[in-house]
Design a protein around this ligand. Structure first.
Ligand code: MN
Length: 381
């Protein structure tokens, strides 16, 4: 049995991972579950799977009582302890946001196999990940659907790649007039036409910031220059990734629009198992592709320009987006302000152009946070 730890167990990917594991109970044993603060979900899951180790990120939350005696850890350190357990075989990292970088580092240094769903870790810590991985036997299997697709297409074929194409559904505003984005409220933004995802990713998908993050994610994950990474709108979300090879031929990865395919692949990797979550009847679907409309979704074009100036800009994009999405969720800003503010913040950065050490990253987080506050204050005056 594979001994599995899930960090971010109460989130969208965490819960879907547990659904996959329920289907394959004789193959996996859950030995650790960590949540940010949703202890009622944690309690239910713990009673069902009886993992010996639990972690709760927010130490202010009242700890529930359990019918058995798990060891419970708290805070960042608590999450890191679960990433670090001697006996685990696979760590699923599905914590939302940059915070996931801490347990990811611990798991890599501990030579763990990691199924990684948190794209922000790769986006911001890509450079460090490479360094950590160099001295480790750890392996990262992406859970993001597009990256899982490319990962599966690329196995042992990396030298022959001309370029890769990530697909984007286009989100709820694709094909609509610009005014819909201008006036969009939270409910409209969260109404994603294809994927069932967590709030942050759903919001990021509506302005294609998610796709910008995924371009950066692919750059680090597959060690490809940005010129070799393309994006296409594909509203049906059946093709998740495409690779063009040097001989001009293409291979595409298709699956139903269901994250459990990528999750199951990551859990069983390198094995592909005989279990289908859904059937796909290709005779009933039309597959369409469109270029990105840069006027409607300016962030993609902006990202390609910004990366030419240095590796710090993608990190600023990710950090400012994380802060701005939290402001949008608290109704402090409009959805349509997110992308212009990200661009403004990237333009306002006048410091070094590369992230050289981990401290640079944390300084950048501080600076970005202050910059967001400064810009918003200026707007409200
Ligand atoms: Mn994705």
């Amino acid at each position: 049995m594979k001994k599995v730890v899930i960090l971010g167990a109460s989130g969208s990917i965490g819960l879907q991972t547990l659904e996959v594991i329920r289907e394959h109970k004789d193959e996996f044993e859950i030995i650790g579950l960590a949540v940010k603060e949703n202890v009622s979900i944690l309690k239910n899951l713990a009673e069902e799977f009886k993992p010996p180790y639990l972690a709760i990120y927010n130490p202010q939350i009242e700890t529930p009582s359990f019918t058995y005696n798990p060891q419970i850890f708290f805070g960042r350190e608590g999450i890191e302890i679960l990433a670090d357990l001697e006996e685990s075989d696979l760590i699923v990292i599905a914590i939302s946001g940059i915070e996931a970088i801490y347990p990811t580092k611990r798991a890599i240094l501990k030579n763990k196999k990691i199924a990684l769903a948190t794209k922000e870790v790769i986006v911001m810590g890509g450079k460090f990940l490479k360094g950590w991985l160099k001295n480790s036997n750890s392996e990262i299997i992406p859970i993001d659907s597009e990256h899982s697709a490319i990962f599966q297409l690329l196995l042992n074929r990396k030298k022959e790649v001309e370029k890769i194409i990530l697909t984007a559904s286009g989100g709820p505003f694709f094909g609509k007039e610009e005014k819909y984005i201008e006036e969009a409220n939270l409910e409209e933004v969260l109404n994603h036409p294809r994927w069932k995802m967590g709030k942050k990713t759903t919001i990021d998908s509506a302005n294609l910031v998610n796709k910008a993050l995924e371009i950066i994610e692919a750059h680090y994950l597959f060690d490809l220059p940005y010129e070799k990474i393309d994006v296409l709108i594909h509203p049906q979300s059946i093709i998740h990734g495409i690779v063009e090879f040097v001989d001009g031929s293409f291979m595409a990865y298709l699956s139903p629009t269901n994250m459990k395919f990528a999750i199951q692949y990551a859990l069983f990797y390198p094995k592909r198992i005989n279990f289908k979550w859904e059937e796909l009847d290709l005779s009933k679907i039309k597959l369409e592709f469109y270029p990105i409309d840069d006027k409607m979704f300016p962030i993609i074009k902006y990202l390609y320009e910004a990366v030419k100036k240095g590796d710090i800009y993608p990190a600023i994009l990710a950090i400012s987006d994380e802060i701005l999405v939290s402001y949008f969720l608290k109704k402090k800003i409009k959805f349509s302000q997110i992308v212009p503010l990200i661009i403004k913040i990237m333009e306002n950065w006048k410091g070094k152009t590369e992230i050289e050490c981990e401290e640079d990253l944390f300084n950048l987080m501080d600076w970005t946070e202050k910059e967001v506050i400064k810009l918003l204050r200026r707007y409200s005056e």
